[in-house]
Design a protein around this ligand. Structure first.
Ligand code: GDP
Ligand code: ZN
Length: 356
């Protein structure tokens, strides 16, 4: 950004910020990246939405030798291939006048993150967009059509658990009578502590309950295509899907967003929703095999009671988990999901979820 366009006072600020971290902190506004990628971002700050570039040094990753102190040597400088920041990251911004700013600092990332394929990248290209800072995953399934896949549900729940993201199950299209077996299965999930919300985007049933669970959270709706995610987004906040992108607004006037993932602030309540419509595959931080048993929350009561301390709960003698499955205290379908994910995880980290 050219300094010609700044007032002299702002220009001083910019210089101070790039030379001294401590001096800059005073004038920086903290905000949340809600849109954008590749060098141009929309950051929501207490003073409103700022269109921001990013300080060049944040694009570089410096690795120092172990000695530290004044004599430390830069061992390697890696220019990051991907964006150094993601939608959902908290950042500190130097306002540069108008509705512009420069991202000067990235606040340590908290919460979960997921990565999706960028539909702009074209077939076969693995360009990824990451959404950071999620604290709630809403697993959406349809009552009948498309038929609900509970293995996929278990996988989503494991990935949420592995990152300490709260998970909520939403059964949509309840206007199309769900089968008794499905309602029974959902009781198992409710019993182990996952809230289940029954909704119909078509009739509005359950929508206000769902909306209430979004306040104060940064949530993502995840599930196969056709289950009604976009319809639910529109139901919880009418007009959501048609909202003009904060970036599109300034770069291509009035153009509606067609692709990029954004965080959309909800009216009142202070929550955000990651607009994930069109996600075909997502990666959550990989769940490690060693911790897989802790990602089935109902196993917790039995962990530590197996004879072997490194019991995999698949074939070892005196396994408390298998005993609990055998006597009906643990659900056998969930245990089967555990076995399948364990097998899969012994070949490659469990992280990618195909949603098609
Ligand atoms: P997405 O791919 O998950 O975003 O699903 P959409 O929101 O695009 O919905 C897929 C189809 O299901 C559309 O034809 C919707 O009109 C329909 N649909 C969505 N929610 C409901 C619902 O609650 N009941 C019924 N009967 N149809 C629904
Ligand atoms: Zn065991």
């Amino acid at each position: 950004m050219s300094s010609k366009h700044r007032s002299s006072r702002q220009s001083e600020r910019a210089t101070g910020a790039s030379e001294s971290e401590s001096a800059s902190t005073v004038q920086l506004a903290e905000g949340l990246i809600v849109d954008g990628s590749r060098g141009l971002y929309a950051v929501e700050t207490p003073d409103g939405l700022l269109r921001c570039t990013i300080r060049g040094r944040l694009r570089k990753e410096l690795e120092y030798g172990s000695r530290g102190g004044a004599g430390r040597q830069v061992k390697r400088v890696t220019v990051r291939e991907h964006d150094p920041v993601a939608i959902g990251d908290r950042v500190r911004v130097l306002p540069t006048g108008g509705e512009s700013g420069v991202i000067e600092q990235v606040v340590a990332r908290a919460g979960g993150a997921f990565t999706r394929r960028d539909p702009n990248a074209g077939a076969g290209n693995l360009a990824l967009t990451t959404v950071a800072g999620l604290d709630q995953l809403i697993a959406v399934f349809a009552a009948c059509e498309p038929a609900p896949h509970l293995r996929l549900l278990d996988r989503l729940l494991v990935l949420a658990e592995s990152q300490d993201i709260a998970a909520l199950i939403c059964l949509n299209k309840v206007d199309q009578q769900p089968d008794g077996w499905l309602l029974e299965r959902l009781e198992v999930y409710r019993a182990v502590g996952y809230p289940v919300v029954m909704t119909s985007a078509a009739t509005g049933a359950g929508v206000s309950e769902l909306r209430g669970r979004l306040d104060g959270h940064t949530s993502a709706f995840v599930g196969p295509s056709g289950v009604g995610k976009s319809s639910l987004l529109n139901a919880v906040q009418p007009g959501l899907a048609l909202r003009v992108s904060a970036i599109g607004e300034t770069t291509h006037k009035g153009r509606h967003t067609t692709t990029g993932t954004r965080l959309v602030p909800l009216d009142g309540g202070g929550g955000y929703i990651a607009d994930t419509a069109g996600i075909r595959a997502l990666a959550l931080g990989a769940a490690s095999l060693r911790q897989l048993d802790t990602c089935f929350r109902e196993f917790a009561a039995y962990l530590g009671q197996c004879r072997l301390s490194d019991c995999t709960h698949l074939h070892e003698p005196d396994c408390a988990i298998r005993a609990a499955v055998a006597n009906g205290s643990l659900d056998s379908e969930r245990y089967e999901s555990y076995g399948k994910l364990f097998d899969e995880g012994s070949k490659a980290p469990i992280s990618l979820v195909a949603l098609e």
